[in-house]
Write a protein that binds this ligand. Structure first.
Ligand SMILES: Cc1ncc(COP(=O)(O)O)c(C=O)c1O
Length: 365
Protein backbone atom coordinates (compact mmCIF):
# COMPACT_ATOMS: atom_id res chain seq x y z
CA UNK A 1 0.00 0.00 0.00
CA UNK A 2 1.39 3.42 -0.94
CA UNK A 3 2.24 5.65 1.99
CA UNK A 4 0.06 8.76 2.38
CA UNK A 5 1.94 11.92 1.41
CA UNK A 6 2.52 14.17 4.40
CA UNK A 7 2.41 17.82 3.41
CA UNK A 8 2.31 19.57 6.79
CA UNK A 9 5.38 21.53 7.93
CA UNK A 10 6.64 21.75 11.52
CA UNK A 11 4.90 24.51 13.47
CA UNK A 12 5.95 26.12 16.75
CA UNK A 13 3.61 26.29 19.75
CA UNK A 14 0.84 28.89 19.49
CA UNK A 15 2.48 30.97 22.21
CA UNK A 16 5.75 31.06 20.29
CA UNK A 17 3.97 32.18 17.12
CA UNK A 18 2.50 35.08 19.09
CA UNK A 19 5.86 36.17 20.54
CA UNK A 20 7.31 39.48 19.43
CA UNK A 21 10.74 39.28 17.84
CA UNK A 22 13.45 40.80 19.97
CA UNK A 23 16.70 41.86 18.31
CA UNK A 24 19.00 43.85 20.59
CA UNK A 25 20.49 46.68 18.48
CA UNK A 26 24.04 45.34 18.70
CA UNK A 27 25.20 46.03 15.12
CA UNK A 28 28.42 48.06 14.55
CA UNK A 29 29.19 49.03 18.15
CA UNK A 30 32.69 50.25 17.40
CA UNK A 31 32.24 53.44 19.44
CA UNK A 32 31.81 54.41 23.09
CA UNK A 33 29.29 51.84 24.31
CA UNK A 34 26.82 53.61 26.55
CA UNK A 35 23.87 51.61 25.22
CA UNK A 36 23.80 48.26 27.09
CA UNK A 37 24.85 49.15 30.66
CA UNK A 38 27.99 47.06 30.32
CA UNK A 39 31.28 47.82 32.00
CA UNK A 40 32.67 50.37 29.52
CA UNK A 41 36.34 49.50 30.01
CA UNK A 42 37.53 45.96 30.70
CA UNK A 43 37.39 43.15 33.24
CA UNK A 44 39.85 42.56 36.09
CA UNK A 45 43.45 41.84 34.98
CA UNK A 46 43.26 38.71 37.16
CA UNK A 47 40.56 37.36 34.84
CA UNK A 48 42.73 38.10 31.78
CA UNK A 49 45.64 36.20 33.36
CA UNK A 50 43.40 33.22 34.07
CA UNK A 51 42.12 33.17 30.50
CA UNK A 52 45.67 33.25 29.16
CA UNK A 53 46.56 30.16 31.21
CA UNK A 54 43.75 27.95 29.95
CA UNK A 55 45.20 25.05 27.95
CA UNK A 56 43.78 23.61 24.77
CA UNK A 57 43.43 20.30 26.62
CA UNK A 58 41.21 21.91 29.24
CA UNK A 59 38.71 22.74 26.52
CA UNK A 60 38.22 19.06 25.69
CA UNK A 61 36.42 18.48 29.02
CA UNK A 62 32.80 19.19 29.84
CA UNK A 63 32.51 22.08 32.31
CA UNK A 64 31.94 21.24 35.98
CA UNK A 65 29.64 23.78 37.62
CA UNK A 66 29.35 22.49 41.20
CA UNK A 67 32.84 23.33 42.56
CA UNK A 68 32.46 26.91 41.35
CA UNK A 69 28.93 27.11 42.76
CA UNK A 70 30.42 26.19 46.14
CA UNK A 71 32.95 29.05 45.85
CA UNK A 72 30.25 31.53 44.87
CA UNK A 73 27.95 30.33 47.66
CA UNK A 74 30.68 30.86 50.22
CA UNK A 75 31.35 34.31 48.84
CA UNK A 76 27.65 35.17 49.25
CA UNK A 77 27.36 33.59 52.71
CA UNK A 78 25.05 30.85 51.38
CA UNK A 79 25.05 27.06 51.09
CA UNK A 80 26.01 25.51 47.71
CA UNK A 81 22.49 24.05 47.32
CA UNK A 82 21.14 27.61 47.38
CA UNK A 83 23.15 28.82 44.38
CA UNK A 84 22.72 27.97 40.69
CA UNK A 85 25.14 29.38 38.12
CA UNK A 86 23.62 30.22 34.75
CA UNK A 87 24.57 31.43 31.29
CA UNK A 88 23.90 35.03 32.25
CA UNK A 89 20.85 36.23 34.17
CA UNK A 90 18.90 35.89 30.93
CA UNK A 91 19.17 32.12 31.15
CA UNK A 92 18.34 32.32 34.86
CA UNK A 93 15.09 34.16 34.07
CA UNK A 94 14.27 31.76 31.25
CA UNK A 95 14.83 28.65 33.38
CA UNK A 96 13.05 30.07 36.41
CA UNK A 97 9.98 30.89 34.31
CA UNK A 98 10.03 27.46 32.63
CA UNK A 99 10.24 25.84 36.06
CA UNK A 100 7.42 27.70 37.80
CA UNK A 101 4.91 28.84 35.18
CA UNK A 102 2.15 26.91 33.47
CA UNK A 103 -1.16 27.57 31.69
CA UNK A 104 -3.47 29.69 33.83
CA UNK A 105 -0.61 31.23 35.83
CA UNK A 106 0.33 34.89 35.73
CA UNK A 107 3.61 36.76 35.98
CA UNK A 108 3.43 40.14 37.66
CA UNK A 109 5.90 42.93 36.95
CA UNK A 110 6.06 46.70 37.15
CA UNK A 111 6.80 48.44 33.83
CA UNK A 112 8.89 49.85 32.34
CA UNK A 113 11.39 47.15 33.26
CA UNK A 114 13.93 44.76 31.80
CA UNK A 115 12.61 43.56 28.42
CA UNK A 116 13.55 39.89 28.79
CA UNK A 117 11.05 39.21 31.61
CA UNK A 118 8.23 39.69 29.16
CA UNK A 119 10.04 37.84 26.36
CA UNK A 120 10.63 34.70 28.45
CA UNK A 121 7.24 34.88 30.16
CA UNK A 122 5.53 35.02 26.79
CA UNK A 123 7.34 31.83 25.74
CA UNK A 124 5.58 29.97 28.58
CA UNK A 125 1.84 29.29 28.76
CA UNK A 126 1.38 31.90 31.50
CA UNK A 127 0.05 35.43 31.06
CA UNK A 128 1.93 38.64 31.78
CA UNK A 129 0.28 41.22 34.05
CA UNK A 130 2.02 44.59 34.20
CA UNK A 131 1.67 47.53 36.57
CA UNK A 132 2.60 50.82 34.92
CA UNK A 133 4.81 53.13 37.00
CA UNK A 134 3.70 56.76 37.27
CA UNK A 135 5.54 59.54 35.42
CA UNK A 136 8.17 59.73 38.19
CA UNK A 137 8.98 56.05 37.39
CA UNK A 138 9.20 55.23 41.09
CA UNK A 139 8.55 51.62 42.16
CA UNK A 140 4.72 51.26 42.08
CA UNK A 141 4.61 49.33 45.34
CA UNK A 142 0.99 49.88 46.43
CA UNK A 143 -0.40 49.03 43.02
CA UNK A 144 1.75 45.90 42.77
CA UNK A 145 0.43 44.75 46.15
CA UNK A 146 -3.11 45.40 44.97
CA UNK A 147 -2.45 43.31 41.82
CA UNK A 148 -1.50 40.16 43.76
CA UNK A 149 -3.96 37.30 43.23
CA UNK A 150 -3.61 33.52 43.74
CA UNK A 151 -2.81 33.18 40.01
CA UNK A 152 0.42 35.16 40.32
CA UNK A 153 3.19 32.56 40.35
CA UNK A 154 6.17 34.80 39.63
CA UNK A 155 6.74 38.45 40.54
CA UNK A 156 9.74 39.91 38.70
CA UNK A 157 11.44 42.98 40.14
CA UNK A 158 14.69 44.46 38.86
CA UNK A 159 16.31 46.28 41.75
CA UNK A 160 17.64 48.77 40.70
CA UNK A 161 15.24 48.79 37.80
CA UNK A 162 16.15 49.38 34.16
CA UNK A 163 15.63 51.73 32.34
CA UNK A 164 14.49 53.99 35.20
CA UNK A 165 17.29 53.43 37.75
CA UNK A 166 14.66 53.52 40.53
CA UNK A 167 14.68 51.10 43.47
CA UNK A 168 12.38 49.17 45.77
CA UNK A 169 13.12 49.16 49.49
CA UNK A 170 13.92 46.04 51.45
CA UNK A 171 10.66 46.45 53.39
CA UNK A 172 8.66 46.67 50.17
CA UNK A 173 10.27 43.49 48.81
CA UNK A 174 9.68 41.67 52.09
CA UNK A 175 6.04 42.69 52.06
CA UNK A 176 5.59 41.47 48.47
CA UNK A 177 7.17 38.12 49.40
CA UNK A 178 4.87 37.76 52.40
CA UNK A 179 1.72 38.77 50.57
CA UNK A 180 2.30 36.36 47.67
CA UNK A 181 3.54 33.13 49.28
CA UNK A 182 2.43 31.10 46.23
CA UNK A 183 4.68 33.16 43.93
CA UNK A 184 8.43 33.17 43.38
CA UNK A 185 9.58 36.72 44.09
CA UNK A 186 12.49 37.24 41.70
CA UNK A 187 14.66 40.16 42.79
CA UNK A 188 17.07 40.79 39.94
CA UNK A 189 20.11 42.55 41.41
CA UNK A 190 21.98 42.94 38.11
CA UNK A 191 23.01 46.48 39.15
CA UNK A 192 23.60 45.68 42.84
CA UNK A 193 27.20 46.91 42.93
CA UNK A 194 26.21 50.45 41.95
CA UNK A 195 23.34 50.50 44.49
CA UNK A 196 24.96 48.74 47.44
CA UNK A 197 21.72 47.43 48.99
CA UNK A 198 20.65 43.82 48.71
CA UNK A 199 18.23 41.18 49.95
CA UNK A 200 20.79 38.40 49.39
CA UNK A 201 21.08 38.01 53.17
CA UNK A 202 17.39 37.01 53.28
CA UNK A 203 17.87 34.09 50.88
CA UNK A 204 16.81 30.92 52.65
CA UNK A 205 14.89 32.80 55.34
CA UNK A 206 11.90 33.47 53.06
CA UNK A 207 10.47 30.42 51.26
CA UNK A 208 9.77 32.27 48.00
CA UNK A 209 12.62 34.78 47.59
CA UNK A 210 15.00 34.20 44.67
CA UNK A 211 17.78 36.70 43.95
CA UNK A 212 19.59 37.02 40.60
CA UNK A 213 23.04 38.51 40.07
CA UNK A 214 25.05 38.99 36.90
CA UNK A 215 28.74 39.25 36.08
CA UNK A 216 27.91 41.26 32.94
CA UNK A 217 27.80 44.70 34.50
CA UNK A 218 30.29 45.81 37.20
CA UNK A 219 32.57 42.78 36.65
CA UNK A 220 32.83 43.45 32.91
CA UNK A 221 32.20 39.86 31.78
CA UNK A 222 29.13 40.24 29.56
CA UNK A 223 30.86 38.30 26.78
CA UNK A 224 31.48 35.29 29.01
CA UNK A 225 27.78 35.00 29.97
CA UNK A 226 27.73 34.42 33.71
CA UNK A 227 24.82 34.87 36.08
CA UNK A 228 23.33 33.20 39.09
CA UNK A 229 20.17 32.48 41.00
CA UNK A 230 20.21 32.28 44.79
CA UNK A 231 17.18 30.92 46.60
CA UNK A 232 15.87 28.28 49.00
CA UNK A 233 17.49 24.90 48.30
CA UNK A 234 14.13 23.25 47.61
CA UNK A 235 13.31 25.80 44.88
CA UNK A 236 16.80 25.64 43.37
CA UNK A 237 16.46 21.85 43.14
CA UNK A 238 13.60 22.27 40.62
CA UNK A 239 15.52 24.89 38.67
CA UNK A 240 18.48 22.48 38.36
CA UNK A 241 16.18 19.88 36.80
CA UNK A 242 15.33 22.24 33.95
CA UNK A 243 18.79 23.80 33.49
CA UNK A 244 21.35 22.23 31.17
CA UNK A 245 24.23 20.86 33.28
CA UNK A 246 26.71 22.48 30.85
CA UNK A 247 25.20 25.87 30.05
CA UNK A 248 27.99 27.73 31.87
CA UNK A 249 31.11 27.03 29.85
CA UNK A 250 34.51 26.17 31.27
CA UNK A 251 36.13 29.52 30.39
CA UNK A 252 33.43 31.35 32.33
CA UNK A 253 33.74 28.93 35.26
CA UNK A 254 37.52 29.37 35.37
CA UNK A 255 37.20 33.15 35.36
CA UNK A 256 34.60 33.42 38.08
CA UNK A 257 36.81 32.85 41.16
CA UNK A 258 39.46 35.43 40.15
CA UNK A 259 36.69 37.91 39.27
CA UNK A 260 35.18 37.46 42.75
CA UNK A 261 38.56 37.70 44.46
CA UNK A 262 39.64 40.91 42.78
CA UNK A 263 37.63 43.25 44.97
CA UNK A 264 40.24 45.98 44.42
CA UNK A 265 39.37 46.15 40.73
CA UNK A 266 35.62 45.93 41.36
CA UNK A 267 35.66 48.66 44.01
CA UNK A 268 37.75 50.88 41.78
CA UNK A 269 35.41 50.48 38.80
CA UNK A 270 32.24 51.01 40.86
CA UNK A 271 33.78 54.09 42.56
CA UNK A 272 34.70 55.51 39.16
CA UNK A 273 31.16 55.01 37.83
CA UNK A 274 29.53 56.56 40.90
CA UNK A 275 31.77 59.63 40.65
CA UNK A 276 31.08 59.85 36.91
CA UNK A 277 27.32 59.52 37.52
CA UNK A 278 27.34 62.47 39.93
CA UNK A 279 29.29 64.61 37.42
CA UNK A 280 27.02 63.56 34.58
CA UNK A 281 23.84 64.28 36.53
CA UNK A 282 25.18 67.76 37.33
CA UNK A 283 25.90 68.30 33.62
CA UNK A 284 22.36 67.20 32.70
CA UNK A 285 20.92 69.64 35.24
CA UNK A 286 23.10 72.44 33.86
CA UNK A 287 21.85 71.64 30.34
CA UNK A 288 18.25 71.60 31.66
CA UNK A 289 17.69 68.03 30.49
CA UNK A 290 15.14 66.19 32.61
CA UNK A 291 16.51 63.05 34.23
CA UNK A 292 15.27 60.38 36.59
CA UNK A 293 17.25 59.74 39.80
CA UNK A 294 19.31 56.58 39.28
CA UNK A 295 20.96 54.11 41.65
CA UNK A 296 22.53 52.14 38.78
CA UNK A 297 25.21 52.63 36.10
CA UNK A 298 22.87 54.47 33.74
CA UNK A 299 20.60 57.49 33.66
CA UNK A 300 17.30 57.87 31.82
CA UNK A 301 16.84 61.30 30.23
CA UNK A 302 13.95 63.09 28.54
CA UNK A 303 14.72 64.11 24.98
CA UNK A 304 11.19 64.41 23.60
CA UNK A 305 9.91 63.99 20.07
CA UNK A 306 13.43 64.24 18.62
CA UNK A 307 14.69 61.15 20.45
CA UNK A 308 15.71 59.22 17.32
CA UNK A 309 17.60 62.22 15.94
CA UNK A 310 19.35 62.64 19.30
CA UNK A 311 20.50 59.01 19.31
CA UNK A 312 21.83 59.47 15.76
CA UNK A 313 23.64 62.74 16.62
CA UNK A 314 25.28 61.00 19.59
CA UNK A 315 26.27 58.08 17.36
CA UNK A 316 27.76 60.52 14.84
CA UNK A 317 29.82 61.92 17.74
CA UNK A 318 31.03 58.41 18.60
CA UNK A 319 28.75 57.73 21.58
CA UNK A 320 26.15 54.94 21.52
CA UNK A 321 23.08 55.52 23.73
CA UNK A 322 19.80 53.59 23.92
CA UNK A 323 16.43 54.91 22.78
CA UNK A 324 13.85 53.58 25.26
CA UNK A 325 10.88 55.26 23.56
CA UNK A 326 9.12 51.99 22.89
CA UNK A 327 9.17 51.01 26.58
CA UNK A 328 5.81 51.52 28.31
CA UNK A 329 5.52 55.12 29.51
CA UNK A 330 8.94 56.08 28.10
CA UNK A 331 8.16 57.90 24.86
CA UNK A 332 10.94 60.40 24.11
CA UNK A 333 13.29 58.98 26.73
CA UNK A 334 16.82 57.77 26.19
CA UNK A 335 18.99 55.70 28.52
CA UNK A 336 22.67 56.56 28.85
CA UNK A 337 25.10 54.14 30.50
CA UNK A 338 27.63 55.67 32.86
CA UNK A 339 31.27 54.92 32.09
CA UNK A 340 34.41 56.46 33.56
CA UNK A 341 34.74 60.17 34.33
CA UNK A 342 36.87 60.64 31.21
CA UNK A 343 34.29 58.90 29.03
CA UNK A 344 31.48 60.93 30.55
CA UNK A 345 33.31 64.23 29.89
CA UNK A 346 33.40 63.28 26.22
CA UNK A 347 29.74 62.27 26.46
CA UNK A 348 28.74 65.62 27.99
CA UNK A 349 30.38 67.44 25.06
CA UNK A 350 28.52 65.25 22.57
CA UNK A 351 25.27 65.64 24.50
CA UNK A 352 25.51 69.44 24.74
CA UNK A 353 26.17 69.66 21.00
CA UNK A 354 23.29 67.32 20.20
CA UNK A 355 20.88 69.21 22.47
CA UNK A 356 21.99 72.55 20.98
CA UNK A 357 21.37 71.21 17.46
CA UNK A 358 17.90 69.93 18.39
CA UNK A 359 16.95 73.15 20.17
CA UNK A 360 18.15 75.28 17.24
CA UNK A 361 16.10 73.13 14.86
CA UNK A 362 12.98 73.39 16.97
CA UNK A 363 13.35 77.20 17.12
CA UNK A 364 13.46 77.30 13.30
CA UNK A 365 10.18 75.37 13.05
C1 LIG B 1 17.81 44.05 35.06
C2 LIG B 1 18.67 43.20 34.19
N1 LIG B 1 18.76 41.89 34.42
C3 LIG B 1 19.53 41.09 33.67
C4 LIG B 1 20.25 41.58 32.60
C5 LIG B 1 21.05 40.64 31.74
O1 LIG B 1 22.08 40.05 32.43
P1 LIG B 1 22.98 38.96 31.74
O2 LIG B 1 23.96 39.65 30.85
O3 LIG B 1 23.64 38.29 32.92
O4 LIG B 1 22.09 38.02 30.99
C6 LIG B 1 20.20 42.94 32.31
C7 LIG B 1 20.96 43.46 31.16
O5 LIG B 1 20.83 44.53 30.70
C8 LIG B 1 19.39 43.76 33.12
O6 LIG B 1 19.27 45.07 32.86
Amino acid sequence: MAEATITATPAPRARVRQMKEYHPPLGSRDAMRLDFNENTLECSPKVRETLAQISAGALTRYPEREPVEAIVAENLGLRPEQVVLTNGVDEAIHVLFETFLEAGDEVLMPVPTYTMYEVYASATDAQVVTVQAADDLQFPFERLLAAITPRKKVIAIANPNSPSGSVATREQLLELARRAPQAVLLVDEAYFHFFGETVMDLVGTLPNLVVARTFSKAYGLAGLRLGLLAGPADLMRWVRRVLSPYSVNSLALACLPPALEDTVYLDWYVGEVLAARADFEAALDAAEVRRWPSRANFVLVEIGAQHAKFVQLMRDAGVLVRDRSSDPGCDGRVRITIGTRGQMRQTVMALNNAIATLRAESRKR
